[in-house]
Design a binder for this molecule. Structure first.
Ligand code: NAD
Ligand code: TYD
Length: 361
């Protein structure tokens, strides 16, 4: 079983590869990643000498290289994580999101179609192209509206969400038109180890530890459905094992606090696990800053289908997941430093937060 994991050097891809390689001996992983600002090859350094793991630096938009990798490694399963993933960056520079998320997914799909279908050189046996998508394709919920099921029409609001919606449509179309064995999962906000420190939770943890303002966008009453990344990895593994080609599955964490509550909870955990030198609560660093344009108010996923059909439920509640996440960032200062010391990272943080009237420096 030769699995191509795209974007395996990013946050969720890294966790997924750890999950698979620590739980299975029958899978060979090819991690195909461009190593953009968000990719970190060292996340999986521990496997580099293992025959079951190969890292290839490459672009999903590069058709020739994708063709070669599919052929040379006789790929039978694809789990497609590679993407531009940060909403704020998509607002500042939407075109890269179209290139990577739309063109890149199309390139990967078309190369897979050519390799797997009507090709005697393709490996025999079952194949699967699994596409990782987001709940953000559904838009934003008003108070009291029910959580999203798989039947809800798409209404993406940000350039990021629109580019993911476009990629989902392409995946579905390749399944419908060509019979490519595709599955899609739309998941909610992930959190946990290895998350790039531009996203809410690591921003809060690292700003607090560095005694910097903790930026809360707008009134902080936005709601996300937080999913511990390990639970997400288990859900993907369930879909690969028993999901039906052509189907999509919603995956949510069943944790829907406001952003402000998340930020306060992280501050309290840090007060306990790494108290500030002056004894003040990290909560005093919370700073309300200018809101994100078009900011979605509320996300909530109905994970009933994957629970009923594949028996998946998240195993971590928010309290435990947050504690493990905060502890991971405290335990891994070298990982943090290797990213936050990059000029490119500091430039982005300064640019993103300066225009909000706050400062993340
Ligand atoms: P990430 O930004 O941490 O990692 C993305 C990875 O993709 C990086 O390693 C990067 O180098 C790689 N990459 C980018 N462009 C590439 C290209 N052209 N070719 C090959 N590799 C490329 O992202 P993440 O948070 O791990 O998200 C993974 C997937 O899950 C994405 O498709 C994202 O849309 C989806 N998703 C993420 C979340 C979340 O909360 N993080 C929620 C829902 C869906
Ligand atoms: P983020 O982690 O960027 O994920 P997404 O935009 O995909 O949901 O943001 C999560 C929520 O936190 C979102 O409502 C925006 C908000 N947010 C802040 O309030 N402050 C921050 O510094 C960041 C990065 C996000």
């Amino acid at each position: 079983m030769n699995w191509l994991i795209t974007g395996g050097a990013g946050f969720i891809g890294t966790n997924f590869i750890h999950h698979i390689l620590s739980s299975r001996t029958d899978v060979t992983i090819i991690n195909y990643d461009l190593l953009t600002y968000a990719g970190n090859r060292d996340n999986l350094k521990t496997y580099e000498e293992t025959p079951a793991y190969t890292f290839i630096q490459g672009d999903i938009c590069d058709r020739n290289q994708v063709d070669r990798v599919l052929r040379d490694y006789e790929i039978t399963t694809i789990v497609h994580f590679a993407a531009e993933s940060h909403v704020d960056r998509s607002i500042v520079g939407p075109m890269q999101f179209v290139v990577t998320n739309v063109n890149g997914t199309a390139t990967l799909l078309d190369a897979t179609r050519e390799y797997w279908l009507n090709n005697t050189a393709a490996p025999s046996g079952e194949k699967r192209f699994h596409h990782i998508s987001t709940d953000e394709v559904f838009g934003s919920l008003k108070p009291g509206e029910p959580a999203w099921t798989e039947e809800i029409p798409y209404a993406p609001n940000s350039p990021y969400a629109a580019s993911k919606a476009a990629s989902d449509h392409l995946v579905r179309a390749y399944g419908h038109t060509y019979g490519l064995p595709v599955t899609i999962s739309n998941c909610s906000n992930n959190y946990g180890p290895y998350q790039f420190p531009e996203k809410l939770m690591p921003v809060v943890i690292l700003n607090a530890l560095n005694n910097r303002p903790i930026p809360v966008y707008g009134d902080g009453q936005q709601i996300r459905d937080w999913l511990y990344v390990e639970d997400h990895c288990e859900a993907i593994a369930r879909i690969l094992a028993d999901g039906k080609p052509g189907e999509t599955y919603n995956i949510g964490g069943i944790n829907q606090p406001t952003n402000l509550l998340i930020v306060q909870t992280i501050c309290h955990l840090l007060d306990e696990l790494s108290p500030s030198a002056d004894g003040r609560s990290y909560e005093s660093l919370i700073t309300y800053v200018k809101d994100r344009p078009g900011h979605d108010r509320r996300y909530a996923m109905d994970s009933g289908k994957i629970r009923r059909e594949l028996g998946w439920v998240p195993r971590h509640n928010l309290e435990d997941g947050l504690r493990m996440t905060v502890q991971w960032y405290l335990d891994n200062p070298d990982w943090v430093e290797s990213i936050t010391s990059r000029e490119q990272f500091r430039d982005w943080m300064n640019k993103n937060y300066a225009q909000r009237g706050g400062s993340a420096k």
